[in-house]
Design a protein around this ligand. Structure first.
Ligand code: ADP
Ligand code: ADP
Length: 225
């Protein structure tokens, strides 16, 4: 099968220092790839480039054969909204909104009305086992529940790629494992690919394969196919 999202020769310089220095990446539909490496190696920068959030200084990124750099800002945001989902380490839920309203938010951004979006959000809360806190606000739930709501929100638009940057970084190992189990199971069911940034081998173990980043360069642990 062909790749869904590919990057070749990415370079990104921050004040004279390369954060990415010749990074390559490819992910096929439905697979989970762990991006591993020490702190400061360029993992987050790679993820931000792949997701079209940060433009690389050099190199090419394509999604379904379309170059991100050839798209307008509007086209890139539309792509992010309709095809990509995001889960970060923390601070991502809107504190003023209830959990079901948070999960409904990306659906509302695609044009659904409030009732319809919240109805569509419910199965994702159930799928992530946080339906019982649907009407709570993020400040009233645990960190593990919050990350599961964040995963539900990332999945609600049935994205083709989920970008997860240290999704369990703020959780204890038990809650972290639960988040990873539910995230990877839901991704598999919806055939979503997952780009999983982590420095923990225990978390990377949930991926189909690993890419290691070191000093801004990538290395695949398996021969590229
Ligand atoms: P990792 O995710 O592996 O910890 P990052 O991609 O966050 O690594 O960072 C790689 C390097 O690039 C680090 O030296 C970091 O300080 C630098 N960097 C990342 N983002 C920025 C930015 N927006 N401005 C300046 N330097 C940055
Ligand atoms: P992570 O823990 O995922 O590597 P960081 O906490 O390092 O993320 O970075 C958070 C945000 O700050 C990112 O958007 C990153 O690009 C930016 N950033 C990282 N390092 C620097 C830096 N040295 N100067 C400015 N921005 C940075």
């Amino acid at each position: 099968t062909t790749s869904l999202l590919t990057a070749t020769g990415l370079r990104k310089i921050y004040s004279g220092t390369p954060a990415l220095d010749g990074a390559d990446f490819a992910i096929r539909a439905g697979e989970t790839v762990a991006v591993m490496g020490p702190s400061g190696s360029g993992k987050s920068t790679l993820l931000h480039c792949l997701a079209g959030i940060v433009p690389p200084d050099e190199g090419t990124i394509t999604y379904e054969g379309r170059e991100l750099s050839a798209m307008s800002d509007g086209e890139r945001s539309a792509l992010r909204r309709s095809r990509f989902g995001f889960v970060f380490q923390f601070g991502q839920l809107v504190p003023e909104l209830t959990c079901v309203e948070n999960v409904a938010l990306p659906l509302r951004l695609t044009g659904l009305g409030r009732r319809e979006a919240e109805r569509a959000a419910r199965p994702w809360l159930e799928r992530l086992e946080v339906d019982d806190v649907a009407h709570h606000r993020p400040g009233e739930i645990s960190g593990g529940q919050g990350q599961r709501v964040a995963v539900a929100r990332a999945l609600a638009t049935t994205p083709r790629v989920i970008f997860a940057d240290e999704p369990t970084g703020a959780l204890d190992s038990l809650n972290g494992e639960r988040v990873m189990e539910l995230l990877t199971a839901a991704a598999r069911e919806t055939s979503a690919a997952v780009v999983l940034v982590t420095h923990e081998a225990r978390v990377a173990a949930y991926a189909d394969r690993e890419i290691v980043v070191r000093d801004g360069r990538t290395r695949s642990l398996e021969p590229a196919s």
